[in-house]
Design a protein around this ligand. Structure first.
Ligand code: CA
Length: 528
C-alpha cells in the first residue's frame, strides 16, 4: 500500500520530470521516478557533538568527509534528542516514541517484542541490518542480519556478537564497524532495498583513539570554549551539584595517565578511577607536577586531544563507506544519514558528558545526502526530534506513520517544503536521578527562541532567551521583564506534556538498569 505522503512525493517527482530546465539533483530525482524505493544507510556515532564537526562551525577540528556529506545534501541545525543518554535515545529512534511510551527512560532493557521501525521496514520488503553499538540490553529484533558490541563494547580488538555467538575482531572499533558495514553492503540481497544501521562506539568515553589519530592530535593546542569557566551564577542547584566537570571529575583513566608498574586487577581499576588533583607530566621537555589552573588547562587539552582523535577516525571511515557507495552505483538513490545519539559537552559550562538540556547536549548533528531527493548544500532550521527518524524511514519506504508514533517524517523538510504546521517547540525529559554524574532530573521545552527547564525533584526552574543569550548563561526565570515569556513557555510545556501522553510514570521510580548478559562465545570462537 502506498501512503498519502508517498503519493505526494511520487507525484512531485513525476511532475519534475516534465520540466525542461532542472537542476542536476532534480533531474536525478525525476530519472529515478517511482521505480525504486531508496536505500537507507543510517550512520550513528555515540556522543559526537556538532561543535566537533566543521560544517557546523567547529572551532576545534576539521571533518572533511562529514563536510562533504553536508555539501552534497542537507545540514539540519535543530534536531534534538528527547532524553540525552545513549540507551533512551536509541529506543526513541527505533520506536518513534518518547521514553515514557517505549519503556526505556534510563539504562534499562528495551523490550524488543514491541513494534519498531526495523520490523516494519523488514515487513515492507527491505533488507534490514544492524552493525556496531546497540546498547539496548536485549538482542536486536527486526533485523535480517545483526552483529553488535556487547553493551558499551571496547575500542581495541572488540568482541561483537550475532545470533550464533561472539567473535573477537583484531583492530580498532571504528575501522571494524565500517568494515562490517561494507561487508553488509557487499553481501546484501540485490533484489531488495536496504536499511542498514551502522552504529559506531566512538567517540564515547573513555575516548581511546587509534595510534594514527592519537599522534595527529598529540600536543596540539585546542581552543577552549567561552563557557569553560562558567561560574553558574544565577543558575539553579543542578549545575552546582553535577559530577561531570572537566576540572573535577575526569579520572586517571579518562586522562590516560599511565599506572605504576605491577598494578593489576581490582587495585589497578581503583587506581584508574581516582580523580587526580595533581598530575606529574612532561611539559615542553621538562618533568613537572601540575596543580590548580595549570592542571585544569591540561585536563581540558587531554580530553579534547583524545576526543577529537576519535572523531577523526569516524570522519575517515564515513568517507570510506561513502566512497564505496559512490563507486558502486549506489549514490543517487541511497539516503545516507550521519547523526549521533545525542550531543556532548566539550568543556562548555565546564562539562563533559551529556544529560542536561543545554544546547550542546540537546542538539544532535544531522547530515543527510540523497541526490534523488535533496538539493545539495541545503540547510534547515526546522525543529526535529529523534522520534522523527522512524516516521522518516517509513515514509521513504512508502509506509504510513503508525498512529502511536510521536514523530513526523522529515521528507517535506528535506525537499525545502517545511509544512506550515511544522512544530515550533519540542519536549524533553531526563530521568536518570539518582544516576551517573549526579545530574538532576528535569523536563522542559525548547522553542525556536527560548528554553524553559524544570528540575522537578528540586522544584527549580531555568529559562533562557536563546537569541540574546545563545550560550545559556543568564537564567531569566525570575526576571520581571521575562514573566510573560515564562508564562507562555509554561503553557506550551504542559500542552506538549499532555499531547505526548507523559503521565509522570517514571517521575519517582526508575526501572532497574539492565543486567543483561550477551550470548556466550561461539563454539569455535572466530578471530578476524
Ligand atoms: Ca551516547
Amino acid at each position: 500500500m502506498i501512503s498519502s505522503s508517498r503519493r505526494t512525493f511520487l507525484t512531485h517527482a513525476t511532475g519534475l520530470a516534465a520540466a525542461p530546465l532542472l537542476a542536476p539533483w532534480a533531474r536525478a530525482q525525476s530519472a529515478r521516478g517511482a521505480a525504486a524505493r531508496p536505500n537507507i544507510l543510517f550512520i550513528m556515532t555515540d556522543d559526537h557533538s556538532a561543535q566537533a564537526i566543521s560544517c557546523y562551525g567547529s572551532k576545534i577540528n576539521q571533518t572533511p568527509y562529514l563536510d562533504r556529506l553536508a555539501a552534497q545534501g542537507m545540514r539540519m541545525d535543530r534536531v534534538f534528542v528527547t532524553n540525552s543518554i545513549c540507551t533512551p535515545s536509541r529506543a526513541a529512534i527505533l520506536t518513534g516514541k518518547y521514553s515514557h511510551l517505549n519503556g526505556v527512560p534510563v539504562f534499562n532493557r528495551f523490550d524488543g517484542s514491541q513494534p519498531h521501525v526495523a520490523k516494519m521496514l523488514q515487513q515492507a520488503g527491505y533488507y534490514t541490518a544492524m552493525v556496531g553499538k546497540w546498547h539496548l540490553g536485549s538482542d536486536p529484533t527486526g533485523f535480517d542480519y545483526w552483529n553488535i558490541l556487547p553493551g558499551q563494547g571496547v575500542y581495541e580488538n572488540p568482541t561483537l556478537y550475532d545470533k550464533d555467538g561472539s567473535t573477537v575482531y583484531q583492530g580498532y572499533a571504528t575501522d571494524i564497524i565500517a568494515d562490517l558495514t561494507l561487508d553488509v553492503l557487499k553481501n546484501r540481497p540485490a533484489d531488495k532495498p536496504f536499511f542498514i544501521m551502522s552504529h559506531h562506539k566512538a567517540p564515547h568515553r573513555e575516548w581511546t583513539p587509534d595510534e594514527k589519530h592519537r599522534k595527529q592530535f598529540e600536543g596540539k593546542h585546542i581552543p577552549e570554549p567561552q563557557t569553560l569557566r562558567d561560574d553558574y551564577a544565577g543558575r539553579t542547584d543542578a549545575l552546582h551539584e553535577q559530577q561531570q566537570s572537566v576540572f573535577r571529575d575526569m579520572t586517571r583513566r579518562d586522562l590516560k595517565i599511565p599506572p605504576p608498574p605491577g598494578l593489576s586487577g581490582p587495585p589497578l581499576q581503583q587506581w584508574m578511577a581516582v580523580k587526580p588533583t595533581e598530575v606529574e607530566t612532561v611539559v615542553d621537555g621538562v618533568r613537572k607536577t601540575l596543580t590548580g589552573k595549570e592542571l585544569e588547562d591540561w585536563k581540558y587539552q587531554r580530553y579534547m586531544q583524545d576526543y577529537l582523535a576519535c572523531v577523526q577516525s569516524v570522519d575517515d571511515n564515513v568517507g570510506r563507506v561513502m566512497d564505496w557507495l559512490d563507486d558502486n552505483g549506489l549514490k543517487d538513490n541511497t539516503v545516507v544519514i550521519y547523526t549521533s545519539d545525542q550531543g556532548f559537552f566539550l568543556g562548555e559550562h565546564g562539562l563533559f558528558d551529556k544529560r542536561f538540556m543545554y544546547e550542546e547536549s540537546l542538539r544532535m548533528p544531522f547530515l543527510v545526502r540523497w541526490p534523488a531527493g535533496i538539493k545539495p548544500g541545503s540547510t534547515s532550521k526546522a525543529i526535529g526530534i529523534n522520534c522523527d527518524f522512524a516516521p522518516t524511514f517509513l515514509d521513504l519506504a512508502g509506509q504510513p506513520t503508525p498512529g502511536d508514533m510521536q514523530g513526523r517524517s522529515f521528507l517535506p523538510v528535506w525537499k525545502g517544503k517545511t509544512p506550515k504546521d511544522w512544530r515550533h517547540a519540542m519536549y524533553y525529559r531526563y530521568y536518570h536521578d539518582p544516576g551517573d554524574h549526579n545530574t538532576r532530573a528535569h523536563y522542559g521545552v525548547r522553542t525556536d527562541a527560548h528554553k524553559l527547564i524544570y528540575f522537578w525533584k528540586k522544584d527549580q526552574w531555568e529559562c533562557y532567551d536563546l537569541t540574546a543569550d545563545p550560550l545559556e548563561l543568564h537564567n531569566i526565570y525570575q526576571d520581571p521583564k521575562a514573566q510573560k515569556t515564562v508564562a507562555l513557555l509554561k503553557r506550551e510545556l504542559y500542552r506538549l506534556k499532555k499531547e505526548l501522553k507523559d503521565d509522570d510514570q517514571f517521575a519517582d521510580k526508575q526501572p532497574e538498569e539492565s543486567s543483561y548478559v550477551p550470548a556466550p562465545p561461539k563454539k569455535k570462537p572466530l578471530i578476524r
